[in-house]
Design a protein around this ligand. Structure first.
Ligand code: ADP
Length: 485
């Protein structure tokens, strides 16, 4: 019998996505099926989703769930088995995204929305859905983290919970006055419970109560145990000791395959790199660049401080001065958007910027650029460096978190042994980014070297094979322990 695994997530590609969490939540369940895991994904039934998913079946209902009627709907979409939490008052039509309005303000009732998602996960653990039983729950990020206390204080306290932290910066911190409405026992409002600096901390509560905590790369797992990266939670994380581990994210290698990708202009492989040229020309056209020989540097990112976008903005003139071009796709901080658009206006033929979210353009940029810039101040895993390597776009990245774990810097030794896949620079400062870009332009001027780095990245194994096996091993050990206990 396969194990029943309930994956709890607030986003899931291709249904709804704001970042890497969605990619993982969409791809990991499919990879886990090969390890004897029957994964069901519980997520909110955002109104726009309901219109796109056929054959919804009600498998559980609530007269009142956090203030309104709700149902759990079962469905199959994109090869995934889903449980959708349909609650019009919590996830009904709103002008904005899954977490906030169009101006970027969080929805005021986020605590209620994601406490409800987590409480429903605990109900499913306790057998709410006839014909399907979870042996373990895998909760993702603060939006699902309250699953751990709800399970622990609920009717099935022995079901193991794994919490994965995709980004420690988003913690779900709320005022203490929400506590009475969470439906937890009074004793849960304590330092060993959900209390956090006088309020309620969803991620904190998850870290405290989960049987195992994972994060999305080994280096980030070490970093978050230090005050510099721990964002106030490093003490608690250190205290979890061996229960914390890093498992690097994989990518969906079927969807991100330059030999078959329907979203790019021309297909290619490591053996037919010449065919990339058509993608490069498509990019020059799309971004209004003059056709040229200089390397095209790309940024595909949320435009935020974490991603070091301010550092990239500082280096635009340098990139152009040394013969490079820059193309940017992103949305986020309006000051960064403005500065990038101003840079594009200043360097009309060499810098192009598209603001907003565009999945197709993201694929084309990976297929036609020469390098992708990722000057992150911290990076739990990062996916764009993996897509870049798979598509022959060489990552130039800060040596932090998952970037450090998935890129082999083109130093002399790595170039000599043929293992280099990118360029890492020591710390996230404008100066070090600038010198990394200069290093890239030098390597680019030696076509044999550049192509060798490109090919090495394209040959690297970034699928879910190894990492899904690690998750499966973790699940098995926790389920065995819970049965023994
Ligand atoms: P994070 O999850 O911190 O935003 P990741 O690198 O882990 O960063 O994942 C980002 C994902 O979102 C990648 O799949 C990337 O291609 C995609 N992405 C980011 N910004 C955009 C955008 N503006 N348009 C299309 N895709 C984007």
């Amino acid at each position: 019998m396969p194990f029943g695994i309930l994956s709890v997530t607030s986003e899931l590609h291709p249904l709804i996505k704001t970042g890497g969490l969605a990619d993982v939540a969409g791809a990991l369940p499919i990879a886990l099926a090969q390890h004897g895991m029957d994964v069901r994904s519980l997520m909110p039934a955002y109104q726009q989703l309901l219109r796109t998913i056929p054959k919804l079946k009600t498998v559980h209902s609530y007269k009142a769930l956090f203030g309104g009627p709700a149902r759990v709907l079962a469905a199959t979409a994109n090869g995934l088995e889903l449980f959708l939490l349909d609650s019009p008052s919590l996830f009904g039509t709103r002008d904005g995204g899954p977490y906030g309005d169009l101006a970027g303000h969080d929805w005021a009732d986020n605590w209620r929305r994601f406490a409800a998602l987590s409480a429903v996960a605990a109900d499913i653990a306790a057998g709410a859905i006839r014909g399907w039983q979870a042996d373990l729950i895998h909760a993702h990020d603060w939006q699902a983290a309250m699953t751990a206390p709800y399970v622990r204080y609920g009717r099935a306290p022995n079901i193991p919970v794994v919490l994965t932290i995709h980004n420690l910066a988003f913690q779900g911190r709320f005022d203490a006055n929400i506590f009475p409405d969470l439906g937890l026992p009074a004793s849960a409002f304590s330092v060993e419970g959900v209390e956090y600096y006088g309020g309620v901390g969803f991620l904190k509560a998850g870290i405290q109560h989960a049987d195992a905590v994972t994060t999305v790369s080994p280096t980030y797992a070490e970093e978050i145990c230090t005050p510099a990266f721990g964002m106030g939670l490093d003490g608690l994380l250190r205290g979890r000791g061996d229960a914390l581990q890093g498992i690097v994210n994989g990518i969906d290698t079927a969807e991100w395959d330059p030999a078959t990708d329907p979203l790019i202009s021309a297909h290619f492989s490591a053996r037919s790199l010449g065919r990339r040229a058509a993608n490069r020309r498509a990019l020059e056209k799309r971004f209004g660049l003059k056709r040229g020989k200089g390397p095209i540097f790309a940024i595909i990112s949320r435009l935020t401080w974490q991603k070091g976008i301010d550092l990239a903005i500082e280096t635009v003139d340098h990139i152009v001065a040394i013969g490079g071009r820059l193309i940017v796709l992103g949305s986020g901080d309006s000051a960064f958007e403005g500065a990038l658009l101003a840079a594009a206006a200043r360097h009309r033929n060499a810098v192009g910027v598209v603001t907003g979210y565009d999945e197709q353009l993201a694929h084309l940029m990976q297929a036609g650029s020469d390098a992708i810039l990722i000057p992150s101040r911290y990076e739990p895993c990062g996916l764009t460096q993996l897509y870049g390597q798979r598509y022959g776009t060489i990552p130039i990245a800060a040596r932090t978190g998952g970037l450090a774990d998935t890129i082999v810097d083109a130093n002399e030794a790595a170039l000599g042994s043929g293992s280099a896949t990118g360029i890492l620079f020591p710390s996230s400062s404008g100066e070090s980014l600038k010198s990394a870009i200069s290093r890239a332009v030098r390597l680019y001027s030696e076509p044999g070297t550049w192509q060798a780095i490109r090919r090495q990245g394209m040959r690297s194994e970034f699928g879910w094979g190894r990492s899904s096996a690690r998750y499966a091993a973790l699940y098995r050990s926790l389920i065995d322990r819970s049965h023994a206990g």
